[in-house]
Write a protein that binds this ligand. Structure first.
Ligand SMILES: NC(=O)c1ccc[n+]([C@@H]2O[C@H](COP(=O)([O-])OP(=O)(O)OC[C@H]3O[C@@H](n4cnc5c(N)ncnc54)[C@H](O)[C@@H]3O)[C@@H](O)[C@H]2O)c1
Length: 247
């Protein structure tokens, strides 16, 4: 890190795209990035009004807001062209259906998970990485999961498969970014209190800290990974799992 008087978490003036911005972790990340001075481009498959509601008027009012299906390459490419170069990309868009993988119609769920959780990050990074490479700096943060390491606490095989893939993809992509000072890292949360886990039988008392994570506790790592303080981290997956898994 270059010696500086600014905070290692400072994002003043940094333009950052957050996808899945209407979600629990995505909206918390948007608020925390805004607090650190970032200029935000917020995207989610939900309607702009819903993204605004979930992020909060103050932060949403100063942000560019787009309805986007990250699984659609054409739409992501068009958004990147419209938005132009950005310093950071934080992708928190994903789905985790609860279903039976032996069911006759399960392949549709598998396809949907691959589309959102695998094609989404690939589409986003293909669209935004070249601008970062050209600028000679950039940060990419992708969401893995404890499920990607140990199969998951309550998640299905499609989800665990996709998140293990993200961990591998982060390492692959970090090699592409490093020569251009584009740092690529992942976060592997444990159970977090969001819509994704609600009503799925998570038992906070079963975890070492006797609680699930708050979305802000994952967002803080995303902010760190975009700030100057993480300037020598790339190709890493940061566990924020409350001790639910060691490896
Ligand atoms: N909640 C947890 O316990 C947990 C644990 C480990 C990892 N994660 C990961 O953290 C990230 C954020 O999860 P969350 O808990 O905030 O979930 P969430 O359901 O609250 O938010 C996910 C958001 O992604 C959006 N989204 C889904 N598919 C999309 C698509 N194709 N295009 C655009 N937007 C799309 C949804 O509309 C939603 O707003 C995900 O990658 C998730 O897999 C969550």
């Amino acid at each position: 890190m270059t010696p500086s008087k600014t905070s290692p978490f400072d994002l003043t003036g940094r333009r950052i795209v957050i996808s899945g911005a209407a979600g629990g972790i995505g909206s918390a990340t948007a608020r925390l990035c805004a607090e650190q001075g970032a200029r935000l481009v917020l995207a989610d498959r939900l309607a702009p009004e819903e993204i605004r509601d979930r992020v909060g008027a103050a932060v949403a009012g100063a942000a560019e807001i787009h309805s986007l299906d990250t699984g659609c390459r054409r739409a992501v490419t068009a958004l990147a062209a419209e938005v132009g170069p950005v310093y950071g990309l934080i992708d928190t868009a994903a789905i985790a259906p609860a279903d039976d993988w032996m069911a006759e119609d399960w392949d549709a769920a598998l396809d949907a998970v691959i589309r959102a959780n695998v094609k989404g990050p690939i589409n986003l990074t293909r669209a935004f990485l070249p601008g970062m490479q050209a600028a000679g700096e950039g940060r990419i943060v992708l969401c893995g999961s404890v499920a990607g390491w140990m199969g998951g606490i309550r998640s299905g095989p499609h989800y665990a498969f996709s998140k293990g893939g993200i961990h591998a993809f982060v390492r692959w992509l970090s090699r592409l970014g490093a020569p251009h000072n584009v740092l690529v890292n992942g976060i592997a949360p444990g159970p977090v209190e969001t819509a994704m886990t609600e009503g799925k039988g998570y038992d906070p008392q079963a975890y070492p800290l006797k609680r699930m994570a708050r979305p802000e506790e994952i967002a803080a790592t995303a902010v760190f990974l975009c700030g100057a303080g993480s300037g020598y981290a790339t190709g890493a997956i940061f566990d924020v799992n409350g001790g639910t898994h060691f490896h």
